[in-house]
Design a binder for this molecule. Structure first.
Ligand code: TPP
Ligand code: MG
Length: 300
């Protein structure tokens, strides 16, 4: 099936504008929790939401992107950010433990690597129940590749032929340290005999042929590995840039520094300039308005 261009773009902007509200409002102290932003991962969160209909997703503390891409609705997101009793978790989950099962997001966690094995359990349940179409997607950072559970999960999934997608969101960093982005995933995948798809420049979504290769890759039964490389636009936790700390530099390449902004012309071509601009403004306004109106629900 072809990529639904409009829906893909909408998902991207829900992530971007949802996160922009968090950045703008954080100083006002209504969002009372640490936030790990998904700015920079929009395109791939949207891709996963589009390409795996009906899948069940598991994420990490950095899951605003998955949540907004899957929900295409800022309201439950901001209810969580404001810890409102009317949020999906009744105000208890916060930024690091978002979930929204009706949209496929089963669970996310602050414990690095922990949701990888939960996704394996989900895939095992699918296998035991004969749900051959069911796909479990675990989305985690490159730092989690050092966790034993990652290796054990690859091994067990292969052994049991589980239908699971391991997604490595590779920003080359674990907090302030260079992580294992140079990690030879190809060798690893070969060792476990797993198909692998690598994307650093949008090859999975930017052309019809690329998307078709990606969906073909996804349709293979059994475990598979998808790695995308992206640039984390803000500090590890928090809402500001941290290039001044000196452990990394702002990339010169526009796709590297802000992948979503850099593909704006592609979106113009896909949707038409006018419609694209209208859509952006509509989603931006919806995010701003949603946040503003939920502030009224905070106890005085
Ligand atoms: C089991 C465990 N060990 C250590 C930590 C502390 N910790 C929090 S984030 C992080 C780095 C993770 O990097 P990565 O998986 O690449 O995710 P990213 O933040 O880059 O998205 C670490 C080590 C933790 N949360 N859980
Ligand atoms: Mg990382």
């Amino acid at each position: 099936m072809a990529l639904d261009l409009q829906s893909f773009v909408e998902r991207c902007y829900h992530v971007r504008y949802g996160e922009e509200v968090v950045c703008r409002e954080y100083k006002n102290n209504q969002i009372k929790m640490p936030v790990h932003l998904s700015l920079g991962e929009e395109l791939w969160c949207a891709l996963l939401a589009e390409a795996c209909p009906g899948a069940r997703y598991f994420g990490t503390y950095r899951s605003h992107g998955l949540f907004l891409a899957l929900s295409k609705d800022p309201e439950p997101f901001f209810r969580e950010m404001l810890s409102l009793p009317s949020s999906p978790s009744k105000g208890r989950a916060g930024s690091m433990h978002l979930f929204l099962p009706e949209k496929g997001l089963v669970w996310t966690s602050a414990v690095v690597g922990s949701t990888i094995s939960l996704a394996v359990g989900d895939a095992l349940a699918n296998a035991m129940q004969g749900n051959l179409q069911g796909l479990s997607v675990c989305h985690f950072g490159d730092g989690a590749m050092t966790a034993g559970t990652f290796w054990e999960s690859l091994n067990f999934s292969k052994l049991k032929k589980l239908n699971i997608l391991f997604v490595v969101a590779d920003n080359g960093l674990a907090i302030h340290n260079q992580s294992h982005s140079g990690f030879d995933l190809d060798r690893l995948a070969k060792a476990f005999d797993l198909p692998i798809f690598e994307d650093s420049e949008g090859r999975a979504w930017s052309t019809e042929a690329g998307y078709s290769q990606f969906t073909k890759f996804l349709s293979q039964p059994g475990p598979k590995v998808f790695r995308y490389r992206y640039h984390r636009m803000k500090q590890h936790v928090g809402v500001v840039e941290d290039y001044d700390l000196g452990y990394r530099h702002r990339p010169e390449d526009p796709f590297q520094s802000d992948s979503l902004k850099s593909v704006s012309q592609t979106f113009d071509q896909w949707l038409g300039l006018e419609h694209h601009q209208e859509l952006k403004l509509k989603i931006q306004k919806a995010c701003d308005q949603s946040y503003e109106s939920l502030l009224k629900e905070l106890p005085c």
